[in-house]
Design a protein around this ligand. Structure first.
Ligand code: NAD
Length: 562
């Protein structure tokens, strides 16, 4: 038996490779893209380690060439949801009893497999299935997935080593039990790394999961499952059940054993799950932990001292990388009139330079939005702006879904700080700018704080340090991730713990101890070495009332009301 007290060091972040033409990584990736484009795979459910095909199927298409089918997937029905819950419950004793270093070694092996053997596989699947260019895929599917795995191992050790003091005739310990039941992991389409982490964070702490992946990210998510299994994850620890969210959600949420939700996605879905949890409350064995990261209406606030080139580049990258489909994407901007003309001209010229198209063409900064539903919703906002006399489209505003779901990067200027596109999450390549009079900066900061219900990310650009700090203080609750002179996207695990509050979620900061703590159910164990043999307090036993039984351990008790 290995009884070492092991501490995993805080890891280095996975290096982002460059994929220059002719490099080894580029050659391997190009080959893998062609391979994946030319096979149509079948994606089964994976329950208790077994592949299950229900025959009720759907298709996985390439968003930038939607006629191209990458895979057929099988959908779970009520029976398979029950099987997945049973499998998760059956695996939970084995998984929670296994040493935590064994669990850690599986996560670390998965990270190593992703870094070396399966780097191009995960990148190609994310590029084709979720329409990400090489860089966007590399930072997500490879680097962030690996960072989540490695950092969670290191932070788990910090949690396990946290122990109470033992003193006066006693030994005190904390046992970090997993939750009593299974975790429902529900993942969004936009980050392969989030899909991995929603499962692997609770799994690291000894929990098992029932995983509902997003239908539009199934290719990469299926390969994640295969890699976890190759890394040694026993069957039943994660149970992969694609299918209808509403159907799966309804059955999972009514299970007696549902101990927690680990969710990332839209507000509507999280609100539905929360309401279901509330209405099933009396049926659960324990109060479930509800952890959810939801929408954003992320901002860039420019002070009159802002450097205009830096501001324009941050706006373009922050708003249009991955077609604006990051929860952190800049989608509203406040610029003082004194620097607006210069900033606007640069932004327009950069946005017009952007090429949009296939992920395999490296000159494309942008690719397609995820599916037709998203395309129709995003373009409805663009049309709304076109038809309003409170807004004008400075650039973009055009779109085409004949071959792929392409929308040109669109910048709207409005004279109404409460214009619809300043307030609502659009989740596409649309940035709205409100120009304020320099002398009204206090009001503009106030507007920035109060305009949208979200509180995820935000940035201030200012050369004036005191002004930057002042704005940072005033916008204290407007963003859980606040940037000074940087775009509001691109948080890195371990460096900028991520999450927001208000309508943006429970702010449990994925990728660190704050999140992992939600997946443990601590038990305090006190052992008393010499138990008391007398119920009376010492002062009651002064000469008048000598103890018939003599003094026991009571003289060593610490005062307590509990
Ligand atoms: P979504 O809510 O449409 O879907 C998320 C997941 O929920 C999918 O797997 C979906 O199938 C499932 N689902 C849908 N209805 C369900 C139900 N009734 N019961 C159970 N599951 C159900 O979100 P999306 O379009 O995949 O992702 C985009 C959203 O995610 C945006 O709002 C974005 O801001 C948010 N997001 C937030 C963060 C963050 O960290 N705050 C990160 C990424 C994405």
């Amino acid at each position: 038996m290995n009884n070492a007290l092991y501490n995993f060091p805080v890891p280095e972040n996975e290096p982002v490779l460059e994929y220059l033409k002719g490099s080894t990584e580029r050659t391997l990736l190009d080959k893998e893209l062609i391979r994946q484009e030319n096979v149509e795979i079948e994606i089964p459910l994976i329950i208790g380690g077994r592949e299950i095909k229900t025959g009720n199927t759907g298709r996985v298409n390439i968003p930038h060439r939607h006629g191209h089918v990458l895979a057929t997937y099988h959908k779970a029905g009520e029976k398979e949801v029950k099987m997945a819950i049973d499998a998760a419950m059956e695996a939970s004793k084995m998984w929670s009893d296994i040493t935590w270093t064994t669990r850690a070694s599986i996560l670390l092996k998965a990270a190593e497999l992703m870094s070396k053997k399966y780097r191009s596989l995960l990148n190609a699947a994310t590029m084709l299935g979720q329409s990400k260019n090489i860089y966007q895929s590399e930072i997500d599917a490879v680097c962030e997935t690996i960072d989540f795995l490695k950092y969670n191992v290191a932070f788990a050790g910090r949690i396990y080593e946290f122990q109470p003091k033992s003193t006066f005739n006693q030994l005190n310990r904390m046992e970090f039990r997993p939750l009593e039941g299974f975790i429902f992991a529900v993942s969004p389409f936009n980050f392969t790394s989030i899909a991995s982490n929603l499962n692997m964070a609770p799994v690291m702490m000894g929990n098992t999961t029932v995983w509902k992946p997003a239908t539009t990210a199934l290719l990469s998510n299926y390969y994640l499952m295969k890699i976890f299994n190759e890394a040694g994850l026993p069957g039943g620890v994660i149970n992969f059940i694609p299918g209808s969210g509403a159907l799966i959600g309804k059955h999972v949420m009514s299970s007696y054993h549902m101990a927690g939700i680990h969710f990332t996605g839209s507000n509507n879905t999280f609100n539905t799950l929360w309401n279901q949890a509330a209405s099933n409350l009396v049926n659960y064995k324990s109060y479930p932990r509800l952890v959810g990261e939801t929408g954003g209406k992320d901002f860039i606030f420019a002070h009159p001292s802002a450097q205009t080139t830096e501001l324009a580049v941050a706006a373009i990258r922050g708003a249009f990388e991955y077609q604006g489909q990051k929860c952190s994407a800049a989608s509203r901007m406040y610029v003082p009139s004194s620097i607006w003309n210069e900033t606007r001209d640069m932004m327009i010229s950069m946005a017009e330079e952007i090429n949009t198209g296939d992920v395999k063409d490296p000159s494309n900064f942008m690719n397609a939005v995820i599916d037709e539903k998203a395309f129709d919703l995003i373009t409805s906002y663009v049309e709304y702006a076109k038809n309003s006399n409170e807004a004008k489209i400075l650039t973009g505003g055009t779109y085409d879904k004949s071959e792929g779901y392409f929308i040109r990067p669109t910048i709207i200027e409005t004279n109404n700080p409460h214009f619809k596109t300043m307030e609502e999450e659009i989740f596409g390549p649309v940035l709205t700018v409100y120009v304020y009079d320099d002398k009204d900066i206090e009001r503009a900061v106030e507007l920035c704080d109060t305009t949208s219900p979200y509180g995820l990310t935000g940035a201030v650009f200012s050369q004036d340090r005191l002004a930057a700090i002042n704005i940072c203080n005033k916008l204290r609750y407007a963003a859980g991730n606040f940037y000074i002179n940087d775009k509001p996207t691109g948080a890195i695990v371990g460096l900028q713990p991520f999450g927001g509050s208000r309508a943006s979620g429970t702010n449990d900061k994925a990728g660190g101890a704050f999140n992992l703590v939600r997946w443990v159910n601590p038990r305090t164990i006190k052992e008393t070495f010499i138990p008391a043999t007398e119920y009376r307090y010492p002062y009651m036993m002064e000469p008048r009332n000598p103890s018939p039984r003599g003094l026991g351990g009571e003289g060593n008790e610490l005062a307590s009301s509990r």
